[in-house]
Design a protein around this ligand. Sequence first.
Ligand code: ATP
Length: 343
Amino acid sequence: MTLSLSRVAKTFAGGTKALLPTDLTIAPGEILSLLGPSGCGKTTLLRIIAGLEQPDPGARVLFDGEEVTALPVERRRIGMVFQSYALFPNMSVRANIGYGLKMQGLARADIDARVDEVTALCQLQPYASRAVTALSGGQRQRVALARAIAPRPRVLLLDEPLSALDAALRGQLRDELALLLRSFGITAIFVTHDQDEAMAIADRVAVMRAGQVAQIGTPETLYRNPTSGFVARFVGGAMPLRGRVTGDHLHLPGGALRLRPGAAGQQVFVRAEDIRLDPEGPLAARVEAVTFLGTHYRLALSGAAPDLLTALHAGHSAPRPGEAVRLSIAPDALLSLPAEDHA
Ligand code: ATP
C-alpha cells in the first residue's frame, strides 16, 4: 500500500506544536523508520497515521489514494506493535495470534489457516500452544508481530518495538526483525530513537527534529550526504571541527586541514572512523584515553580541535595515554554543512 501524508501537523491543547506541516510518501512494501531524539514528534506522527490522534485541520492522510484522515483506528486496517507487547498473558501463543481474526468474525477454519501461516512465518511453531508467560522477551516480540500481521493489515506501525529488551537481545532481534518485515512484504513504519536500529531495519529513514523531518533518505545517503549538522551528528555521530576557514583550509588549534573547494562559510564535521594516525599528518594532538574494542581502539584526542575528538584506530597496537600523535583527515571525509545556530 502507498501511504501519503500531506500537510500533516499537530498542535496539542495548550499550544505545543508536536508536529509542523509534514509531507511524506511511503511506497508499497517500503520500511520507513522515524528516527529522532525524545520529543521530536515521532510517536505523534505514528499515532496520526494509526488514527489514534486527529491532526490539525488541513492535513490529509491517504492509504492508496483513499482519504482516511477522519476514519477511526478500527476502520483503517492497520497493524500495531508497541514497546509493551500488550499480549494476553493467560492465553496461548495461538490464541493471541488469532485474537484479532476472531474479533473480525472469521470462520474457525480460516482463523486456523491464517494462524498456521503467520506462526510459521514468524518461526513460532515450537511455542504455538505455550502460554505467552512461558516465552522469552524476544519470542514475545515475535508473537506481537505475528498477531499484528495476522489480520493482513494494509500497513504495519511499530513504536519502539525493541526497547523493552536488554542490549544483547536487541542487537540480535534487530536483524531478525529486519528479515521478518522484509518477508511480510508489507508497508511498515517504525519509530525509534536508536540510529543503529533505524539503519539496520529501514529502507529509508526520516530523521526528525523538533516536529519536522530534517532529512529523509536511505541509510547510506544520510550517512554519506547529510544536509545538516544535526543529521550528521545523529546519524554516524559526526563531530564538529570548530575552526576558522580561510580559502580552502580549516585552521584548528592542532594545525590546518585542506577542505574540498566551496566549503567557506560552512560548518565542518568529521567522523571517528575518518581520523587517521599519521606521522606525516598536519594535525598535532595528544592521546587522552585509549579503549580497546576488539576490532578497533577508540582514542580520545585533545589539542587538535577545540573539542575532544574521538578516533577509531584499526591497528594491532595503539599509542598510550599522554603520547603526542599526528593526525590526518582526507578532504573527502570532511563534511562541510550549512552553518546552523545549534547544529
Ligand atoms: P519519545 O521518543 O520521547 O516518545 P517522540 O519523538 O515520540 O518522543 P512525541 O511523543 O510525538 O515525541 O511528542 C512530541 C511533543 O508533543 C512533545 O513535546 C510532547 O511533550 C508533546 N505531546 C505529546 N503528546 C501530547 C499530548 N497528548 N498533549 C500535549 N502535548 C503532547
